[in-house]
Design a protein around this ligand. Structure first.
Ligand SMILES: *Cc1c(COP(=O)(O)O)cnc(C)c1O
Length: 428
């Protein structure tokens, strides 16, 4: 495939945008080459500036769960835009999407909308600190909760791909309040709680990790966190920015039947527009301004275009719950197919999957935490990435990212992908 125009566009972008991209995960630094510039997308496919068609396994990092340019969302946004694009005043639409989200997600009474997953997680932690009147938080190595200061301590996703899991610019004062734990290791969490008695406001966790590849929780991990939080007056925050409205209508709380105290959303909830949200039971949410003392705000929060896209997306998912089953079946099919050809080609690998999140690590040992995720063979990953790209298949340009399937994928697309994986893994 030719990427002449993409390369030219990237050279121009680099002159005026740092690294040529507005979010580091879009860069090809970890795999080599230059990013592909998109012209349009429809269903399961991306069309780039050179006229190539790519099967998309990123789907804007999750939101396009029903495919690109999903007609009902496009129509809703167009209709709303004609009526004005921002008011800075309340609209009925905000109540409609809030009511639907509260109905779909277990264990929440109220929800507040923001503009990104970063804002949702940042605000959730502030709320937890205000509510508990404690300062420290526990996060897990390799989990990513957006780019706000408290979270850039052993962060996953782009932060680790580009070698800055602990970013300069985060003050020592901020960093000291973030305690770092090992994913899937309850004993480690218990030790941290013991050593910081009555100082921990919250534990924030990706209930299924997706920012160090896909790492599901081991049996008992989330239940154990729940119990420790209850026993120690700590709030449990599920960062469901990736998993919310993807793994089930009610997210991981529903899927694995564990209750969090605060839940964060992003990605799917915006239907492809910039939306995040955080939610909890009324007692906690009423701590927010203007009802309570914890301040949080946003000029464009609840923006009508964003809410129209989000509401339409949630309605589509809510009206056809079969979509989660269909996605799971497609992803399981891909999983089984890739497993077969990688084994046949004697590749060392581990595939982790839950629902429609899946990742391939090039290491034969179980991948259960950040340390085991970091062991993957990056040279093989580079060959894998560029090999698939050459076949017209786009996965994330980093071994630390999950794939996000869209229901727009056909079984022909999946068969084509499995054949491409076979072909590419023969070159390892
Ligand atoms: C993507 C992501 C975020 C950050 O969301 P943005 O919208 O990129 O700010 C936070 N947490 C998790 C788990 C994510 O996957």
């Amino acid at each position: 495939m030719l990427y002449k125009r993409s390369s030219q566009l990237f050279a121009e972008a680099e002159k005026v945008i740092p690294g040529g991209v507005n979010s580091p995960v879009r860069a090809f630094k970890a795999v080599g080459g230059t990013p592909i510039f998109v012209k349009s997308a429809k269903g399961a496919y991306l069309y780039d500036e050179d006229g190539n068609r790519l099967i998309d396994y990123i789907n804007s990092w999750g939101p396009m769960i029903l495919g690109h340019a999903y007609e009902p969302v496009v129509q809703a946004v167009i209709e709303k835009a004609k009526l004005g694009t921002s008011f800075g005043m309340p609209t009925e639409l905000e109540t409609q999407i809030a009511a639907l989200a509260v109905a779909m997600v277990p264990n929440i009474d109220k929800i507040r909308f923001v503009n990104s997953g970063t804002e949702a997680c940042m605000s959730a932690v502030r709320l937890a600190r205000g509510f508990t009147n404690k300062d420290k938080i526990i996060k897990f190595a390799g989990c990513y909760h957006g780019h706000s200061d408290s979270f850039l301590i052993q962060a996953g996703s782009g932060a680790v791909t580009f070698g800055s899991p602990n970013s300069p610019g985060v003050t020592a004062g901020t960093a000291k309040d973030t305690l770092l734990a090992t994913y899937n290791d309850l004993e480690n969490v218990a030790l941290l709680i013991e050593a910081n008695k009555n100082e921990i406001a919250c534990i924030i966790v990706e209930p299924v990790a997706g920012n160090m590849g896909c790492i599901p929780p081991v049996a008992g991990f989330l239940e154990g966190l729940r119990q420790m939080c209850t026993d120690n007056d700590i709030l449990l925050i599920f960062d469901e920015v990736m998993t919310g409205f993807r793994l089930a209508a009610g997210g991981v709380q529903e899927l694995l039947n564990v209750n969090a105290d605060i839940v964060c959303f992003g990605k799917v909830i915006g239907g492809g527009l910039p939306v995040g949200a955080f939610a909890a039971r009324a007692e906690i949410m009423n701590y927010l301004a203007p009802l309570g003392p914890v301040y949080q705000a946003g000029t464009l929060s609840g923006n009508p275009l964003a809410m129209a896209a989000g509401l339409t997306m949630l309605q589509s998912l809510n009206n056809d719950r079969n979509v989660f089953k269909s996605l799971e079946e497609k992803t399981a099919y891909l999983h089984a197919g890739m497993d077969k050809v990688l084994k046949a080609n004697n590749v060392d690998f581990t595939i982790n999957r839950i629902g429609s999140m899946i990742s391939v690590h090039f290491d034969a040992n179980p991948v259960i935490d950040f340390k085991s995720a970091a062991k993957g063979d990056n040279e093989n990953f580079k060959k894998f990435f560029h090999g698939l790209l050459n076949e017209g298949i786009y996965i994330a340009p980093s071994a630390y990212e999950s794939w996000f399937l869209t229901d727009a994928l056909s079984y022909e697309d999946l068969d084509f992908t499995i054949q491409a994986v076979d072909k590419v893994s023969k070159t390892f």
